[in-house]
Each structure stands twice: as C-alpha cells, then as structure tokens.
Design a binder for this molecule. Structure first.
Ligand code: NAD
Length: 355
C-alpha cells in the first residue's frame, strides 16, 4: 500500500520524538512491503518564526492532500505572552478545525513493566485499560464570543446536538469492540451545555443497547480516575474536560510520554483522515537534550496504521515492538529505568530493530 503522510515535527521535543516515530515508520514499511510518500511541514512556534503564522497555508494544503498527519508537539516559552492568534497552539487548533477531526482518542493503559514508574500504588493501577474520547473541534476552545474587553475576559462553551452526536457515536462504537461500557463525563449540575450533552448522549444510547452507559460529573471523574481507574472502559467527554482528564492518564501509564492519540474525522471516500500525535506538549524543560520518551509518538504511528490505513497486523507489530523494548528496560529517564537511561534516539532505534 502507498501511505501518503504529512510529518509536522513542530517545536521542542516534538522534533525529537517525531524523528524516532518516523524511523519506526520506515522500519514498518520495509518489513511489510509498503511504500511511504512522506512530506514535511511547519506548524507552531517554528512556523511563526519562519512564516509569521502558526499554520502556514502550505502546511494546511499538504495536510488536506495527505491521508494522515503525524505531529510532534507545539509550544515555545517565548510566545507565552503573545496574542492568541500568534501563539503556537493556535496552529494546533486551526489544523484540527480545518481537517474536521472531531474525535480525539486517547488510550491509557498500564504496562506491567512500568507499574513501578507510576506514583500510584500498584494494586490501584494494575489492569488499567481505558480510552478517553474527547470532543476536539467545538466547546470552550472554539466557542464565540471570546476575548478580553475592559478588564473582563470571556469564553463561550457551546455544543450543538449534531456535535455531541457525532462524537458520542464514536465512543459507543469503540465500546462495542471493548468491554461495552461508556462513562459520559459532564458538569450537568451546573452547566446548561452539559445538560444538553447528557440528554443527547442518553437518547443516543438507545441505538447501542448492548453498551452500558453511565454519567459522571467531571470533578468526581478526576477523583475516580486515580481512586479506581480500572472501572473505566470508554470515557466520553467534551473538549476542555477531556484535555484535563487525559493528563491524569499520564500518571496512570507511568509517564505522559507514553500516551498516544488519534484525532479522527468522518470516514469520507473510505478513508478516515486523521492527525496522530503524542498527548504531551513540547516540554521546553527537556527539549534538545535527546531524553524525551518517544513511545507516545511511536504508538501514535500504530494508531495511524490501524485507524486511517486499516493495517491492523502492522499496527500490532509496532505495539509489540514497543512492548519488547519496554520489557528490555532500555527506556528514557522519565520511566525511571534501573540502569542508565536510554536516549530518545536509542529508543527509536531499538523499536525499529525489534520490528
Ligand atoms: P508538557 O507536556 O510539554 O510537559 C509537562 C511535563 O512532562 C514536563 O515536565 C515535561 O518534561 C514532561 N514530559 C512531557 N512529555 C514528555 C516526554 N515525551 N518524555 C519525558 N517527559 C515528558 O506540558 P507543559 O509544560 O504544560 O507545556 C509546554 C508547552 O507545550 C506549552 O507551550 C504548551 O502550550 C504546549 N503543549 C502542546 C501540546 C500539543 O502540542 N499537543 C500539548 C500540551 C502542551
């Protein structure tokens, strides 16, 4: 198969982990006889530096032409006080909106090899295997009106029935291939937008009678995720809540560097366009030091092979190779290895060789 993929390394450790992920992609293509049609583009802080905008038109055109986009991370401290439309993160929001990737899938599981890396007790996290389905192109991050006027800052959290339904369908369908349970997370005791969310999700559940639906307030969900994470199968939630809850996933998995993500749009003409990126940011504190954990980026490649290209054996092979390297103990410093930590580059090479 010919795989047409855009690579957007972005800023900080995004560049390092993406390089490891692309190495693994090449190893996979060689092993399974696929051809890679790769292009590269600018996004985030580096794009602002080189072109004056966080998402240049050229990048967007390339993304629209590709079947999938692999992204690193965006964000540079020097833009922390810039206007919202001149911040690296604006590039991220704009590409998600332009590609209409409304469902962000964030799997979180505990690897036996990493059980000691989490600050939580082993018996609490053992067996954790959940997937957070976060709505990605609406809600507080996109709602209007927004702004700062006369010393008053304001944002709008808004969802339409259609926006809720399309992401809820994704969650229910995923649950069917898992343990058949959806936990919809909202704040309907306070927010009208959450009341509509709960109503629409409950109505939709009628189409999925084989899946158990439960509702949970977001504050309780944050507590339950660390108290008893094994109770969750699929968590369905809106944009901001999903953003926050998925960082708790990093604690469950041992490091935020472990977590992959897939942002999916509608399946048009047989291909699900997707953006695949690790959950973490550009980590300015460790950028340029070759010590970032690339497993989240590499597992995002596996997610791309499965969801956009339907190549399940290839995806499993990448995940198995990640498992082998984890078991070998040659991992980066964040995973607290017993011996000397491996570099980002060494982990990428080890996964490629394990393939
Ligand atoms: P961050 O995820 O970049 O870092 C949080 C902490 O986790 C840091 O201590 C960092 O060193 C560590 N960490 C993150 N990824 C790691 C990895 N792969 N291996 C080892 N350790 C890792 O979050 P932050 O510090 O809040 O944000 C930094 C910048 O990244 C900001 O500009 C923010 O806006 C941006 N950001 C971007 C994305 C994205 O591109 N999707 C996501 C979150 C934050």
């Amino acid at each position: 198969m010919n795989l047409k993929i855009l690579i957007l390394p972005g800023d900080g450790i995004g560049v390092e982990v993406t390089s490891a992920a692309v190495e693994v992609l090449h190893a996979m293509a060689k092993k399974f006889g696929h051809t890679l049609e790769l292009s590269e583009g600018l996004i985030g802080g580096i794009a602002i530096h080189k072109t004056g905008t966080p998402l240049p038109k050229e990048t967007l055109d390339k993304a629209l032409a590709a079947n999938a986009t692999i992204m690193g991370a965006v964000g540079l401290p020097e833009f922390d006080n810039s206007a919202p439309n001149l911040r690296p993160e604006k590039g991220l929001l704009d590409i998600r909106a332009a590609l209409k990737v409304f469902a962000n899938l964030r799997p979180v599981r505990t690897y036996p090899e990493l059980i000691e890396s989490s600050p939580l007790k082993n018996h609490v996290i053992e067996g954790t295997d959940m997937i957070i389905v976060r709505e990605l192109t609406a809600g507080l991050y996109y709602g209007r009106p927004r702004g700062i006027e006369n010393d008053r800052g304001f944002n709008t959290m808004s969802y339409t029935r259609a926006e809720i339904e399309q992401v809820a369908h994704v969650a229910f369908k995923l649950a069917r291939n898992r343990r058949r349970k959806v936990t919809s997370v909202d704040k309907s005791n306070v927010l009208e937008v959450s009341q509509l969310w709960r109503k629409v999700v409950t109505e939709l559940a009628g189409q999925y009678s084989d899946v158990k639906l439960e509702h949970m307030f977001v504050d309780n969900a944050a507590m339950q995720m660390v108290l008893r994470p094994t109770q969750f199968d699929v968590i369905l939630t809106e944009n901001t809540f999903g953003d926050i809850l998925s960082d708790i996933g990093g604690i469950l998995a041992g490091s935020i560097g472990m977590l992959p993500s897939a942002s999916l749009g509608a399946n048009t003409s047989g291909v699900t366009q997707g953006i695949y990126e690790p959950v973490h940011g550009s980590a300015p504190d460790i950028a340029g030091q070759n010590k970032a954990n690339p497993f989240g980026a590499i597992s995002s490649v596996a997610a791309m092979l499965e969801y956009t290209f339907g190549l399940l054996p290839e995806a499993n092979a990448v995940n198995d190779a990640v498992g082998k390297v984890l078991a070998s103990g040659r991992v980066t410093a964040d995973l607290k290895p017993k011996g000397a930590p491996a570099t980002t580059g060494q982990v990428g090479k080890a996964v490629s060789e394990a393939l």
